[in-house]
Design a protein around this ligand. Structure first.
Ligand code: C2O
Ligand code: CU
Length: 530
């Protein structure tokens, strides 16, 4: 194992990912942010310098942070945000984890403005090594021309509304093409912005690591006339799954092997947003029906020797090729078999029920609720500090801190999640991945139907609209772990809770002084703290 040193210098940069120039929240001036690449067991020492006018935090999506909860990057839960002009070093080992991850700001809706990038952990013992010749990273993002804080303000405006801002375009690996004829006069817009092009050689095989880094978009990903063979799901190697269309929600990752065995030519890579998967209604905020009709979010798979000056004429894959694909829903969990099956905990020591919904508050503003509470971060006194200082019971957390506690070291938790809302919500757990014991869009959890043998293991699941899911994991990582819908607008509405795992063990951990220093006086004076 090695120590890997990385500098992320955060600043605003004018960029035009889809041809339309806007102010982008960047790391090292790039969008998407730099690829962080390491091997299993390495230590990442990441110096973040915040040259924004806003505070920030960085989260490493999918990394367990075993014994290093304070580097998980959740403002209000695991750290005080970094003030403008300051630096902070995240310093953690990736342990035994391997596979495809990403990093992003976990401060307000900042990642939607651009602060996000891939994180790949190479596995020297990957069971699929030798079955592909090259690998590529491919990210998917919805993209907005307005600043995220303005979109959030619209989302939170008085008047109950169960719909989200509609993106202006979509990007594959940070590139897309906006229809500039719709741009405001005076905007800088290049109508011929090039999409992402992935070159392949006929006869070779390619691993694509696909990451959905969106604010709210669910995609059907496909490559015309090519099959996708899924080999990794959220960092876990799986038995091969052959698909023509891959469903991927925010925060989820898949590796697929693509065989460049077709005729030499150009083929569209597509990230389609199924129409019903963004709830919107005519005449509402930022509504743009044109987006839905023409959201050609595409890249190009280009064979060596194919013409450089013509667009693909390839045929879109028939969705019907794919088994078990339903609009807006996860890949069927019964297809996901870990490469080395692991039995889930057969018994649980701690169990709780969660119900998730959206609804109006007393002022008729839209809020998201988990068991009736809408999460509001306490940014100047994050949960981890409260616990370190005094230890605290869940009841003594302030209202709307959505805190749940479990303490049985070596035990197992079961969370039964009910979706009381008709839409899908991609729920992501920090600090763990979990066994999906069962999940359905109808009926009720039924223990006789759980998979006790070889369930799918993920860290992000799409909770079906009006459905339920039951997950289990071992209690072995002391910390405050967020569990939240990854639709960023829903985070801002409060669809977040925090799991406080082994409180007395948290208090025994040695928090580095640099983490404590983030919360020092003076902190509260920053003008941009909400
Ligand atoms: Cu991708 Cu709580 O994060
Ligand atoms: Cu949601």
């Amino acid at each position: 194992p090695q120590d890997i040193y990385i500098n992320l210098v955060l600043s605003y940069t004018d960029l035009a990912p889809d041809g339309y120039t806007r102010k982008v929240w960047t790391a090292n001036g790039q969008y998407p942010g730099p690829l962080i690449h390491c091997n299993r067991g390495d230590r990442l020492i990441i110096n973040v310098t915040n040259n924004f006018e806003d505070p920030t935090t960085i989260h490493w999506h999918g990394i367990f942070q075993l014994g290093s909860n304070w580097y998980d990057g959740v403002g209000g839960q695991t750290q005080c945000p970094l003030l403008p002009g300051s630096s902070f070093i995240y310093n953690y080992t990736v342990g035994d984890q391997v596979g495809t991850y990403w990093w992003h700001s976990h401060y307000l809706a900042q990642y939607v403005d651009g602060l996000r990038g891939p994180l790949i952990i190479n596995d020297p013992d990957d069971p699929y090594l030798g079955q592909y010749d090259y690998e590529y990273v491919l990210t998917l993002e919805d993209w907005y021309h307005q600043l995220a804080e303005d979109l959030v303000a619209m989302r939170l405006a008085p008047g109950y509304q169960d719909f989200n801002p509609v993106p202006d375009s979509g990007l594959i690996s940070g590139r897309g093409r906006y229809n500039c004829s719709r741009a405001d006069s005076g905007a800088k817009c290049d109508p011929y912005n090039m999409p992402a092009i992935y070159t392949v050689t006929k006869g070779k095989k390619y691993r694509f690591r696909i990451i959905n880094m969106s604010a709210e978009a669910f995609f059907w990903f496909s490559i015309d006339e090519h099959e996708l063979m899924v080999i990794e799901v959220d960092g876990v190697a799986v038995q091969p799954i052959k698909l023509s269309v891959l469903p991927i929600h925010i925060g989820q990752r898949f590796s697929v092997i693509v065989d460049a065995s077709q005729d030499i030519g150009n083929y569209w890579i597509r990230a389609d947003i199924p129409f019903d998967c963004i709830i919107s209604s005519p005449g509402t905020i930022n509504h743009d029906s044109d987006f839905f009709e023409n959201n050609n979010i595409t890249g190009i798979l280009q064979y060596d020797g194919a013409p450089n000056d013509t667009y693909p004429q390839s045929k879109k894959n028939n969705d019907a090729w794919s088994n078990n694909i339903f609009p807006c829903q996860d890949l069927d969990i019964s297809l996901i078999k870990p490469y080395v099956p692991v039995a889930p905990p057969q018994k649980v020591t701690d169990r709780f029920n969660i119900s998730v919904t959206l609804g109006p508050d007393k002022k008729n503003t839209t809020k998201a609720y988990i068991n009736g509470q809408s999460w509001a971060p306490d940014l100047t006194n994050p949960s981890i500090m409260k616990i370190m200082e005094e230890g605290i019971s869940a009841k003594s957390f302030p209202i709307n801190s959505n805190a749940y506690m479990y303490d049985t070291e070596g035990g197992a938790v079961e969370i039964v999640i009910y979706n009381d809302n008709g839409a899908e919500h991609p729920f992501h757990l920090h600090g763990h991945n979990f066994f999906i014991m069962g999940m359905d869009s109808s009926g009720h959890p039924d223990v006789s139907k759980y998979n006790f043998i070889d369930p799918a293991l993920r860290d992000t699941i799409t909770l079906p609209g009006s459905g339920w899911a039951v997950i289990r994991y071992m209690i072995n990582n002391p910390g405050v772990w967020a569990f939240h819908c990854h639709i960023e607008w829903h985070v801002e509405l409060g669809m977040v809770f925090q799991l406080i795992e082994m409180q007395s063990k948290i208090q025994e951990l040695k928090m580095p002084p640099s983490v404590e220093a983030l919360c020092k006086p003076g902190y509260q004076n920053t003008k941009r703290l909400p």
